[in-house]
Design a binder for this molecule. Structure first.
Ligand code: ATP
Ligand SMILES: O=c1ccn([C@@H]2O[C@H](COP(=O)(O)O)[C@@H](O)[C@H]2O)c(=O)[nH]1
Length: 222
């Protein structure tokens, strides 16, 4: 598994190390931590349509976290007319994963701009390369990983009914996203599971019941 993405990891890491802006941002985040303002991060993972965004809104409301959706940041980048916009749009339409350095830079900027000390990061890391490059560049380990476990049939049903005008909520792209989730994102969850860091939630239940389980986890957080 590790060797699959090794070349990409090295390229992304060397890009980060060669970019003085990225280095400055990394230093700022580490100084925040060292300056007594420890940044807490929780990764929220699960398949497309498992209910991550829905529950993140509840977590923000009840527990004061800032919600950073990697997918939302990428969609905002497309809409901003950035030079990477067309490339990101094509990748999202294909249900594939955007290069780590792009997503991580957007997350870095949002964390610095957020000015808070606790963040839920929704839909990232999406693959092993994302995970390794984030750990290397940002140097913050998640407190834990919240995993919304849901059947593929239910996720597909929810996405087809979401009706938010997303270009990737069509049956062709949904099937591609589900395949990418199984092939690339589940290994990330398995990695964190092997470290005892995963809190798994049964996400097939109705949303209010799912939130009861989420609440129990956040209420007991140190
Ligand atoms: N527990 C639930 N039961 C039924 N429907 C749900 C539940 N949770 C969320 N939904 C609905 O399913 C759809 C997908 O939910 P949501 O956007 O939260 O998923 P997501 O995991 O963030 O998806 P994506 O990764 O594609 O952004 C939405 O229309 C939402 O209202
Ligand atoms: O870290 C990420 C997060 C998202 N993507 C791409 O965006 C779409 C939509 O993501 P949602 O989490 O469903 O909003 C996803 O299918 C990927 O194509 C990404 O590349 N990297």
């Amino acid at each position: 598994m590790f060797s699959l993405n090794h070349g990409g990891i090295l390229v992304a890491m060397s890009t980060a190390m060669d970019d003085p802006d990225v280095l400055t941002e990394k230093k700022d985040i580490n100084e925040n931590m060292l300056g007594g303002k420890k940044v807490k991060i929780i990764f929220v993972l699960g398949g497309p349509g498992s209910g991550k965004g829905t529950q993140c809104s509840n977590i923000v409301e009840h527990f004061g976290f800032i919600h950073l959706s990697a997918g939302e940041l990428l969609r905002a980048e497309i809409n901003s007319g950035s030079e990477n916009g067309t490339m990101i749009d094509t990748i999202i339409t294909e249900g594939k994963i955007v290069p780590s350095e792009i997503t991580i830079k957007l997350l870095q900027e949002a964390i610095i701009k957020g000015g808070n000390d606790k963040y839920i990061i929704d839909g990232f890391p999406r693959n092993e390369e994302n995970r390794v490059v984030f750990e290397s560049v940002i140097s913050i380990s998640p407190e834990f990983v919240l995993f919304f476990d849901c059947s593929e049939e239910e996720m597909e049903r929810r996405l087809l009914g979401r009706n938010q005008g997303r270009s990737d909520d069509n049956i062709e792209t949904i099937r591609k996203r589900l395949k990418v989730f199984v092939e690339s994102s589940l290994p990330v969850i398995e990695y964190y599971e092997s470290k005892g860091m995963v809190k798994k939630i049964d996400a097939t239940k109705p949303a209010p019941e799912v939130f009861e389980d989420v609440k129990a986890i956040f209420t007991h957080m140190a």
